[in-house]
Design a binder for this molecule. Structure first.
Ligand SMILES: Cc1cc2nc3c(=O)[nH]c(=O)nc-3n(C[C@H](O)[C@H](O)[C@H](O)COP(=O)(O)OP(=O)(O)OC[C@H]3O[C@@H](n4cnc5c(N)ncnc54)[C@H](O)[C@@H]3O)c2cc1C
Ligand code: SF4
Ligand code: SF4
Length: 407
C-alpha cells in the first residue's frame, strides 16, 4: 500500500507485506483505491479517497493476502497438488499457437474454444503493455486472434481484478485468466456478490512460482546490454519451449537470454514477499489450471532444453473437465493421460513451496507479524515430507529477512 490509509485491513496487509497485487480491493472500492506501481516495482493499492467501513470489511473477506480457504467439496484432494477431477498433458492443435504460447498453448486453446463456441463473449487476460514493454496491461479480448496475441507468460506484476467493477454492471460473460491468487480473490468475491459467477462463468489459472518486480526485467535488460528506452517489445518467454526472454528494439534487433538464465538466474530473485509464503501456487480455486509439463532427467529434475511445448492441463471442477473435453472434441486441444505423482519431480519449486510454507509462516508468528490464515492446503502434513534441515533453513531465512527489514 502506498500513502496514508483509512483502511485498517489495508494497513494490516501493508504491515505484513502480504499483498499479492491482485487488484480485488480496487474492484471493491473503485472510487477510493487504484493500483499503482510502488518504489519496489510491484503493483500495490493506492488510496485516493477514504475506504468505507463496509468496503474495508469486504476487502478483509476477499483479500488473498490475508487468507485462503480451499475446500475439496467432494473432489479428490491430493495433499500436495490440491482438489482435482482429471490431469492430462496437452497441446494446442494450432502449431503457431503452440510455438508462441508459454508451454503447449493449453490455456489459449481453451480460451479460444470458449469464444468460438459462444460459451463466453470476452476473455479478460493479461498482455504486454505497449506503453511499458516490460510491463503488463489487462485486456478484454473478443477474438481468437487477440487471445493468440496475448499468449505467453509475463513474469511481471499484473492486477487483473482492478478494473472489473464496471464489468459486473454489464450482461457479458467473460472467461477470466489470472494468477492463482487472482482467481482465489475472484472466487471469494463471488461469495458476497452473485453477479461475479454470472459475469465470470470460467476461471482459469496457471502454476505460479511468484511475481517478480519490474526491477527483475530491468536487470535482465542490463545483463543483455539493452537500454530500456530502446525496447519496443519485450517477451519473457514463448516462441519455443521454454523459449527466451527477448528484447526487441524499434529497428527489429533482438537480444535474448535463456529461460534458465532469465527466470532461474535473475527474475526468481525479485519475488514479492507474499509469494514466498504462498500455499496456492498451483491454482486450487480455478476451473482449469495449466503448467509446464517438463520432461525429467535421470535424476528426476526438469529439463529446460528447447523443444515443442507441452502443457500440464489439470481440471479442478466438473465445469473445467467439461471444457477440456469440449475443446478436445472441437479439435482445439489434444490431451494425453498424465500421472499426477510425476509432478512431484518435475515441479520441484511448487513441491517445496507447499512443504516449506509452514516453516516460513512460523517465522512471521514468532516475530509478531500479521499472519495469513491458509486452510485446506495440508501445510502441516506437507511439512512432514521436508527434511528438518530444510525446514530450519527456511524458518531462519524468513526470520532473518524480517529482522533485517528485507521483506
Ligand atoms: C508469474 C508466473 C509464474 C509462473 N510459474 C510457473 C511455475 O512455477 N510452474 C509452471 O509450470 N508454470 C509457471 N508459470 C506458467 C507457465 O509459464 C505457463 O503459463 C503455463 O505453463 C501455461 O502455459 P500455456 O502455454 O498453456 O499458456 P498460454 O497459452 O501461453 O497462456 C498464458 C496465459 O497466461 C496469462 N498471463 C501471462 N502472464 C500473466 C501474468 N503476469 N498475470 C496474469 N496472467 C498472465 C496470459 O494472458 C495467457 O492467457 C508461471 C507463469 C507466470 C506468469
Ligand atoms: S492482495 Fe489484492 S485485495 Fe489484498 S491488498 Fe493486495 S491488491 Fe488488494
Ligand atoms: S506465488 Fe501465490 S501470491 Fe505470488 S503471485 Fe503466485 S499465486 Fe499470487
Amino acid at each position: 500500500m502506498t500513502g496514508r490509509s483509512s483502511s485498517p485491513t489495508l494497513r494490516r496487509i501493508a504491515k505484513g507485506h502480504l499483498c499479492s497485487g491482485c487488484g480485488a480491493c480496487a474492484a471493491i472500492a473503485p472510487e477510493a483505491i487504484k493500483m499503482q506501481v510502488d518504489d519496489a516495482g510491484f503493483l500495490r493499492p493506492l488510496e485516493t479517497r477514504d475506504v468505507s467501513r463496509e468496503q474495508d470489511q469486504n476487502i478483509a473477506a476477499v483479500c488473498p493476502g490475508l487468507g485462503l480457504d480451499l475446500k475439496p467439496e467432494g473432489r479428490r484432494d491430493h495433499t500436495l497438488w490440491g482438489p482435482y477431477i482429471e490431469v492430462y498433458s496437452g497441446q494446442s492443435c494450432d502449431p503457431a499457437l503452440r510455438h508462441k504460447a508459454s508451454s503447449g498453448g493449453g490455456l489459449s486453446a481453451l480460451l479460444i474454444h470458449l469464444l468460438d463456441s459462444g460459451a463466453v463473449d470476452r476473455v479478460l487476460q493479461v498482455g504486454a503493455d505497449p506503453d511499458l514493454p516490460i510491463g503488463n496491461r489487462i485486456v478484454l479480448n473478443d477474438t481468437g486472434s487477440d487471445v493468440f496475441n496475448s499468449a505467453g507468460s509475463r513474469y511481471a506484476p499484473s492486477a487483473p481484478l482492478a478494473g472489473i467493477a464496471p464489468l459486473l454492471e454489464t450482461e457479458i460473460r467473460i472467461a477470466f485468466v489470472g494468477k492463482p491468487c487472482d482467481v482465489a480473490a475472484l472466487r471469494a468475491l463471488a461469495r458476497s456478490d452473485p453477479r461475479v459467477d454470472q459475469r465470470f462463468p470460467y476461471m482459469l489459472s496457471f502454476f505460479c512460482a511468484g511475481v517478480p518486480s519490474l526491477r527483475g526485467a530491468r536487470e535482465v535488460l542490463d545483463v543483455l546490454g539493452v537500454a530500456e528506452k530502446n525496447v519496443a517489445a519485450f517477451r519473457y518467454r514463448g516462441d519455443g519451449w521454454p523459449g527466451f526472454a527477448t528484447a526487441i528494439s524499434e529497428t527489429g534487433e533482438k537480444a535474448r537470454m535463456s529461460y534458465a538464465d532469465s527466470w532461474g538466474g535473475i527474475l526468481s530473485r525479485h519475488l514479492q514477499f507474499r509469494c514466498k509464503i504462498c500455499p496456492d501456487g498451483t491454482g486450487g480455486f480455478a476451473d482449469v489450471v495449466c503448467a509446464d509439463a517438463w520432461e525429467a532427467d535421470e535424476r528426476g529434475y526438469p529439463v529446460f532444453a528447447e523443444r515443442d511445448g507441452i502443457s500440464l492441463v489439470l481440471s479442478r471442477t466438473k465445469k473445467g473437465e467439461d471444457l477440456i473435453r469440449a475443446a478436445r472434441d472441437a479439435g482445439k486441444l489434444t490431451t494425453e493421460p498424465f500421472e499426477l505423482e510425476t509432478l512431484t519431480s518435475i515441479q520441484p519449486g511448487q513441491r517445496d513451496k507447499r512443504r516449506l510454507a509452514l516453516s516460513r509462516i512460523t517465522a512471521l508468528w514468532v516475530t509478531f507479524r500479521p499472519i495469513p490464515r491458509f486452510r485446506g492446503f495440508h501445510l502441516a502434513r506437507n511439512a512432514r515430507h521436508a527434511t528438518t534441515r530444510l525446514l530450519a533453513k527456511n524458518f531462519l531465512g524468513t526470520f532473518r529477512r524480517i529482522l533485517t527489514g528485507r521483506m
